[in-house]
Design a protein around this ligand. Structure first.
Ligand code: HEC
Ligand code: HEC
Length: 309
């Protein structure tokens, strides 16, 4: 192509940008206007989470100044991607006052306000988000065996300390947890509460993989699931406060029947990681099972109730 034609193309592209606005480049000053009229009442004029409405809100609106975001596809502690922030703005955060802006702000407004809230945290100017965690887009089938494995993994990984023995938010430290901003934070009740990061198995799997940065909820990467029978059979004194003798016995039986080191290390690397990930799915299905069990009891009760009316 000769340089004259190229110059013409460049000029015409430039003119299009001027005339139509280029939706791929966010407009920070428009983002600022959107923020100050829609978001600052809660998140504060300078993004510190201290807008006038924050006084009556629990949890408090996010403080944007240190770049910590709960809902990400990036590893624990990393900055979020723009798409992660867009998604939260579009969908809102269930069980909190953070509204969904779908239908109120269009995609380009959301991109503009995202680029503006990023200016509150210096971290965005000195770091880029770490590469996204590899995440599955589909879940394996739920089976009773997976749920049972999950129940035991939940004990092994001491989720109960924060979440309670059956995930009812009555763990020994459930009432003492704080987020990174020094605010008290209560874990969800698995049987009754919706999950902020989404209730689908793939959503919960993502939450386990990335953690909720800024809160005590840790990330569990695949390697954490790399244990064998020899690593876990033995001392169960950590379970004594939260579980009955029978429950600890069931755990011991499960531990003694779990895969041996020899069997595990005879697998190829791919097989081994598939195995570790299946353990993570087991936890996902155990957590979901708490809710399903509860709604079944509710339904049965309701049916009984309706029949007796
Ligand atoms: C009525 C109060 C309220 C308004 C208005 C509001 N938010 Fe929020 N927002 C919250 C609360 C509360 C949280 C914290 C949720 C949590 O910690 O689970 C939050 C969290 C967030 C997060 C954090 C997501 C993460 O991954 O940690 C983003 C981003 C966000 N809000 C953006 C916005 C934007 C942009 C607007 C305006 C278009 C807005 N919010 C308006 C209350 C509000
Ligand atoms: C140190 C305490 C702690 C430990 C250990 C912990 N969690 Fe959490 N978890 C929390 C807190 C606090 C929240 C609530 C975060 C919020 O709502 O902002 C949470 C949230 C969750 C959620 C809901 C996520 C959502 O999208 O709302 C699930 C599910 C969960 N945890 C499962 C687990 C499992 C399974 C384990 C063990 C493998 C575990 N947690 C270990 C503290 C913990």
């Amino acid at each position: 192509m000769d340089s004259f034609k190229r110059t013409l193309i460049v000029i015409s592209l430039f003119a299009q940008t001027l005339i139509f606005g280029d939706s791929t480049i966010p407009d920070i000053s428009k983002g600022e206007r959107i923020y100050q009229s829609n978001c600052s009442g809660c998140h504060g004029m300078s993004g510190r989470g201290n807008g006038p409405a924050s006084k009556v809100l629990n949890p408090l609106p996010r403080n944007f100044t240190d770049g910590k975001y709960l809902f990400r596809t990036t590893p624990s502690g990393s900055l979020p991607t723009d798409e992660n922030i867009h998604k939260t703005i579009r969908n809102g955060v269930i069980r909190t006052s953070m509204p969904s802006w779908e239908g109120i702000l269009n995609d380009s407004d959301i991109a503009d306000v995202t680029s503006y809230i990023k200016t509150f945290a210096k971290k965005f100017t000195i770091q880029t988000p770490a590469p996204e965690v590899e995440l599955p887009s589909t879940a394996p089938e739920k089976t009773d065996a997976l749920v049972e494995d999950g129940k035991m993994l939940y004990r092994l990984m001491e989720c109960f300390n924060c979440h309670g023995s059956e995930g009812r938010a009555d763990g020994s430290s459930s009432n003492e947890l704080e987020n990174d901003w020094g605010e008290p934070i209560v874990p969800p009740d698995f049987a009754h509460d919706s999950f902020k990061g989404g209730n689908d198995p793939v959503d919960i799997y993502r939450t386990f993989s990335t953690g909720l940065t800024g809160t005590p909820m840790p990330a569990y990467d695949d390697d954490i699931f790399g244990f064998s029978r020899e690593d876990i059979v033995g001392d169960y004194s950590n379970l004594e406060m939260d579980y009955t003798k029978d429950e600890i016995k069931a755990f011991d039986t499960w531990a003694k029947n779990s895969i041996s080191g020899d069997e595990l290390y005879n697998k190829t690397e791919d097989e081994m990681y598939a195995y570790f990930r299946m353990r993570k799915w087991a936890l996902v299905y155990y957590v979901l099972d708490q809710r399903e069990k509860e709604s079944l009891i509710f339904k049965l009760f309701k049916k009984d109730y309706e029949l007796t009316q």
